[in-house]
Design a protein around this ligand. Sequence first.
Ligand code: URA
Length: 246
Amino acid sequence: MAAASNRLDRFLARTLQRSLKQIRLDLVKGRVKVDGEFCDEPARLVHQFTRIDYDDQVLQNNLPIYILLHKPVGVVCATKDLQHQTVVDLIDHPQKHQLHIVGRLDLNSTGLVLLTNDGRWSSALTDPEQKVPKVYEVEVEHPLSASYVTAFAEGMYFEYENQTTAPASLRILSTHTAQVVLTEGKYHQIKRMFGRFRNPVLKLHRTAIGHYRLPSDLKVGEWQLGKCCVINEGGKGHEDMSTGSF
Ligand code: URA
C-alpha cells in the first residue's frame, strides 16, 4: 500500500502521452511546476500527493485524507461487502472510495479504526518492525489470573502461522476485564490468545493505535477527519492526529 515515488519525467510522459524526449524539452522550457515551483529536473521524485502543473493545467493535486472512526459491532472492516455494512459506508466524504483501512477489527469488535489514502503513512503504522502498540479493552467469560499476564508476555506459538506471538502486555482491570497491548496484528489474535485458556472473549474494544487515541466524545458509528499528517518513525509522532485537532 506504500505510495511509491516516481521520476517526474516518467510521470509526465505517462500522464501527457508524450515521449521522454519531448518531456525533457518541456522541462527545459519551464512548462512544469512541482508544488508550485518551476522544475526542470527530469529525475525529480514525485509521489501521490505532489502537486504537478503543466502550463495552466493541473495534472495532479491529491490531498491526503486521514479518518478516525468509532467502529460499531456488526460493521465489517472492508471497503466493500455484500452482506454487511462496511466502515466506508459510515463515512460521508467525497473521496471515501480512495480510502484503505489501517489495521482491521473483527465484525464483533468495536473501537478505533483509521482510514487513509496515504499508503506511506499506513505502511509505517502497520510495519511489524515498528512495533506500534495497539491497545484493547477486553471482557472475558471466566475470571482472569496472573498466569494470563505471564503467558501473554512470553508469547504463544500459533501453529497455523508457525510463529510465536510477540511479547504482549496484559493488565488485569477487574475479575473479567483486562487491557491488552499488542505490537502486531495476527488474525483473531486476542481471541486466539484467550482461547488458549478456554476463556471466550465477550467484548473487544480498541482504544488506541500508536499515539492515535479514540476520542471519548466520538460516538459509536461516528468519524472525524484529520487535518494533516507528518510521517514519523512508526507513525508515532503525529500531533494533529493524536490530540484534539482531529
Ligand atoms: N484481536 C482479535 O481477536 N480481534 C480483533 O478485532 C482485534 C484483535
